[in-house]
Design a protein around this ligand. Structure first.
Ligand code: PLP
Length: 403
């Protein structure tokens, strides 16, 4: 046992008895987050940055306090934090706001074969529009990035290296500081999709060495509808706004507009205000446990699960087989069984796992599978959730005549 606190009472949804192993898709919410949003909506809600009246000032203060909370959590400056609708919008803002401006025919974008579509498709779109070419860092047999291949592919024509901070399908945590160092030596900007990393491991953006970072609140105990785009100030200054509208301008004439200061120029329209308050409360909750403790808990559950799963007849584990540089996401298949059937049988045992391509279709092709069933852990999971999964998998194996 790890001494990690039992937090389940904070998560009302767990009273249903579900063994929830799909936090990689979206996490559950503790009462502290639900209550903070409820309290704010009841007592302090108004639109932000608009009114001179007290409620609007209170709402603006709460919204900007959330920005400061995110900045402190990341070791960043207040103005480097842009609120978006989620990691997908953050990555599109970078690709279209920075990429369209700076990429030219002959330039190269280097990403990886294990990216979530959100850090791949926007770059494909921008490559087509700019004439830049797209290349991908392959993975090794155990699901890690092939860093020798990365160095071979890296040259001075590479203008962007876009890499996941943690794979949502394999759990792999690439060595981003090292990758960023090499990329910067070659003169490239570094974009990190941290949608799975920030919820699970302490991230200091200066130590990570990225230029841009993207993540979503809903995977870190916060509400849906809000995410973060962090950029180093010099990188944000190179970026054009991806959306135009209210709030993001300094002045507008009938034919022209000038931009508000950063970060507001990247936040067109009414922002997710109640959601920012929820994200603030989520970060307070995570910090009260401690990100180091959270990562250790994920790793403990991962180690236990890797061991117990490897005893189940017919189960194949995709991705790293040990816990080194790896988070709490495990993709499995069972011989002769479709991942969706596995997930359905697990559901009958009260276990919620995701089955499918996990928005990483190119990776599934690399692995030679159509889909996997994915277990993903978070602060409320315990070894009992793993036991229930193993019981369900053994039952599935019997049903399908495996082993
Ligand atoms: N990147 C990774 C690694 C993810 O796991 C996800 C969500 O599954 C995303 C990006 C997209 O996040 P969102 O759907 O919140 O925009």
């Amino acid at each position: 046992m790890t001494g990690f606190p039992d937090l389940r009472a904070d998560f009302p949804i767990l009273e249903t008895g579900v063994h929830f192993l799909d936090s990689g898709a979206s996490s559950q919410k503790p009462i502290q987050v639900l209550e903070a949003m409820d309290r704010f909506a009841r007592t302090s809600y108004a639109n932000v940055h608009r009114g001179a009246y007290k409620l609007s000032v209170a709402a603006t203060d709460a919204y900007e306090a959330a920005r400061q909370r995110v900045a402190d959590f990341l070791g960043a400056d207040h103005d480097e934090v842009v609120f978006t609708r989620g990691a997908t919008t953050s990555l599109n803002s970078i690709a279209f706001g920075w990429g369209l401006e700076h990429l030219r025919p002959g330039d190269r974008i280097l990403t990886t074969v294990m990216e979530h579509h959100a850090n791949l498709v926007p770059w494909q779109m921008v490559a087509k529009r700019t004439g830049a070419t797209l290349d991908h860092i392959p993975i090794t047999e155990d699901g890690r990035l092939d860093l020798d291949a990365f160095l071979e592919k890296l040259d001075e024509r590479v203008r962007v290296v876009a890499v996941t901070g943690m794979s949502n399908a394999l759990g792999t945590i690439p060595d981003v500081p090292w990758i960023a160092g090499r990329a910067h030596e070659a003169g490239a900007r570094v974009v990190v999709d941290a949608a799975q990393l920030v919820p699970h491991r302490e991230v200091d953006v200066r130590e990570l060495g990225a230029d841009f970072l993207a993540f979503s609140s809903h995977k870190m105990l916060g509400p849906t509808g809000i995410g973060v785009l962090w950029g180093r100030m010099d990188a944000l200054e190179e970026m054009e706004p991806f959306e135009g509208g209210g709030e993001m301008i300094a002045d507008v004439t009938l034919h022209n507009a000038t931009w508000a200061p950063i970060p507001h120029r990247f936040e067109a329209g009414t922002p997710p205000i109640i959601e920012a308050v929820g994200l603030h409360a989520a970060i307070d909750y995570l910090d009260s446990i401690g990100m180091d403790q959270i990562f250790a808990h994920d790793q403990h559950l991962t180690a236990v699960a890797l061991e117990r799963l490897s005893d189940v007849p017919g189960v194949q584990i995709h991705g790293p087989r040990d816990t080194e540089n790896r988070g709490g996401v495990i993709s499995i298949t069972m011989d002769g069984t479709h991942a969706h059937d596995l997930a359905t049988i697990l559901d009958e045992h009260g276990v919620a796992v995701r089955a499918g391509h996990h928005c990483a279709k190119p990776l599934m092709r690399e692995l030679g599978v159509a889909a996997t069933a994915r277990l993903s852990f978070y602060v409320y999971n315990t070894e009992e959730d793993i036991d229930a999964t193993v019981t369900g998998l053994r039952k599935a194996g019997e049903l399908f005549g495996v082993g």
